[in-house]
Design a protein around this ligand. Structure first.
Ligand code: SAH
Length: 214
């Protein structure tokens, strides 16, 4: 077996052993090369199941957490998805394999620019990335079938709840930024919102406003 094939097998094995069992999610994660989203010093560790530093003091999430969040979102090929927190673009790329259209926003212009370049290089043409404060959602494209927030909020942001379709699902880490947070799944029913607590997670905080340093 080549090194690359062996690495991929170990990557998928780690995902399964952490509970990522959904076939379509595993296939999407097999197709999207995480190595394309990690640059510099940590590039060699892209296939390990750990979060890694990216530009602007942010992090690319741990692959098993990306897998579990994607699985919890129950995405279908008809869905229009919003991701808040583009970061490296990896989570958006995985979603793009499973959804009709993915909108992703980050408050750092530089991260959005870099992620766009990777989407283009990988020919992922159903992703649109914007620099924006995602705590207000993306009113122009709302409502969404699915929303995933990849930064921790103290509560699920009201504008995001409002931009979820009836029957829609949002997955969001909730809690103080310096503590362990809980991953919450919100389902919007005709009559209101249902909240389920999924697992403890650790994300960088959701910060209001655009970043000043790009
Ligand atoms: N999903 C990313 C990891 C995200 S890290 C990946 O797959 O690599 C969290 C990201 O959320 C950071 O890039 C940070 O800049 C962004 N973020 C924090 N607050 C935000 C806000 N209010 N609006 C948009 N993006 C935000």
């Amino acid at each position: 077996m080549t090194d690359a094939a062996e690495r991929k097998m170990q990557f998928l094995f780690a995902l399964r052993s952490k509970g990522v069992t959904d076939k379509s999610v595993l296939t999407a994660m097999e197709r999207i090369d995480r190595g394309a989203f990690v640059r510099g010093l940590f590039a060699g560790r892209a296939y390990e199941d750990m979060p890694l530093p990216i530009a602007c003091g942010q992090t690319i999430s741990q692959p098993s957490v990306v897998g579990l969040m994607t699985q919890a979102l129950k995405v279908s090929l008809r869905d229009k998805v919003l991701e808040v927190g583009t970061g490296s673009g990896y989570q958006a790329a995985v979603l793009s394999e499973l959804a009709r259209r993915v909108y992703t926003v980050d408050r750092h212009k530089r991260l959005v620019a870099e992620a766009r370049r990777v989407f283009e290089a990988l020919d992922l043409s159903n992703i649109t990335a914007f620099t924006a404060d995602g705590s207000f959602g993306l009113p122009d494209q709302a409502p969404f079938d699915r929303i995933v927030v990849t930064a921790a909020a103290e509560d699920p942001p009201g504008p995001l709840l409002a931009q979820l379709k009836i029957g829609g699902i949002m997955v969001v880490p909730v809690g103080q930024s310096d503590a362990v947070q809980r991953l919450i799944r919100v389902t919007r029913h005709e009559t209101g919102f249902e909240y389920e607590e999924l697992r403890p997670v650790r994300f960088v905080p959701l910060i209001e406003g655009l970043a000043r340093d790009g």
